[in-house]
Design a binder for this molecule. Sequence first.
Ligand SMILES: Cc1ncc(COP(=O)(O)O)c(C=O)c1O
Length: 509
Amino acid sequence: MSQPSSGPRPGTAPLAEAVLAVARRDIASFHALPLSHGGSLRNSPFREVYESLFGTAQLAADVSYSGTMLDSFFRPRGPLRAAQRLAAESFGADTTLFLSAGTTTANRVALSTLVGPGSRVLTDRSCHQSVHFALGDIGARTDYVPMRRCCDECPRTFADLGQLLEMFGRAVADGQAYDAVVLSAVSYDGVRYDLPTLLSALAQMYPSVSVLIDEAWGAGHRFHPRLRELTALHTLQQLRATDASLPMRVAVTHSAHKSMSALRQGSYLHLVGDEELQEQATQALFRHHTTSPSWPVLASLDLARLQSATEGEALLDRALHLAQTLRTEIETDARLSAYRLLGPEGHLGDPRLLVSDDPTRVLVSIAELGITAADFRRILFDDYALYVARESGDAVVFHLHIGVDEATLLRLLDALRTIQRTYRSTSAALAGGTSDRFIIAYPPGIPIAVPGEQLCDRTRDQLAALRTSGCEIYTLQNAPHASAGTPQLATAAAGPATSTASTATNGTE
Ligand SMILES: Cc1ncc(COP(=O)(O)O)c(C=O)c1O
């Protein structure tokens, strides 16, 4: 164990180094985790599958040492403490705690720190379920801020922040100030709150208010000048620059695994406030966190911080550039004309809303494809090995995070073009009363409709059933030079990934 003498060395990852050091030793444990170093698998037929899934390095790094052998999770004095200090410095917090149980737990820990039974809490309704459940369990008295939508076009919703400030101000004026405010400041859909305006207004109205700011999706924002300005911790640094004795008690939660190179469930809980707040958070962590933390996850939080501090800006530059490229392609490429940007950059530009766009998100309507967003996601996943998590009505959200590179974006663009060629043509064919082309399911390859055939609901139902059963659907127009009934099957049957249809309307599903 490396005991920091005069603070941790910047440019290092002390916890990652310490975990690596124990992983490299052939330590036999009489405690727990028989899997560690592959111990329980030595002569097992299952060893191969474990190693294929986790690799020998992961099996060696998953250790259960605590106390001075590695560090204490709840009262760290060694490399975990050094790593947490470096993280606090990088993010601009007074203290940072590492969690290996996600922001779901970090929010619970933060709320147990900031509020108690009967506390009055003004809560953003768009918060993650962990906030709502924790407030209920604590027995806080919660008032929800109404939600609003930016416009009819776009499915994104967020708290009405003007009303939030009004409700807060009214409560202060009535002598019943809220004890705490909870904000979900960076949404998956790409809505970012104007925290400089919000936090300074709250501080002015009631300086000793407690605030939880869930920035689960914005952990990496700290590391790019274009994204940093709206972050909670940057805002608090600015507020302290004008009032060093700012009494606000603030907790900020970050799912590092969502936007930085941290393992799943790696989460930071940052605290800004006095020592009492920091001690209360340590105690709340003790009450809520598993007593068997994952050291690989904690080590990844250390490494993710070091990577972000070192090359985060360049990686985010690339992400921002790729997001812009995706928008430009959708706006200008005729082969992508079935897709429509719902939240082009600056879409949330009305300053009265106190929100703005997260430029790493691209929100796209796929309504014109004639398939549902759920089907679209499934096709992307099954046929192109591309994953999109979120659908909202006819829209899907692409998150251009630091793991997406130019080649990945090209794959996505190719897939989008092929899907448009395929599905739009089928849905266009089905939309009219009469088919202007062949619609053929393979297998068996017998046309469901031929050019000139009247389309009825039965045909549409039949096609839907064939799609569901996994058939490939081909749509073909007669080539202009060919006589009726001699379709150019060869071009259309090449399949989604390689199809180079001779006319833009041919395609396969
Ligand atoms: C806003 C928000 N907060 C918290 C969480 C929970 O984070 P975690 O997955 O790290 O537990 C999520 C999960 O998606 C989220 O969207």
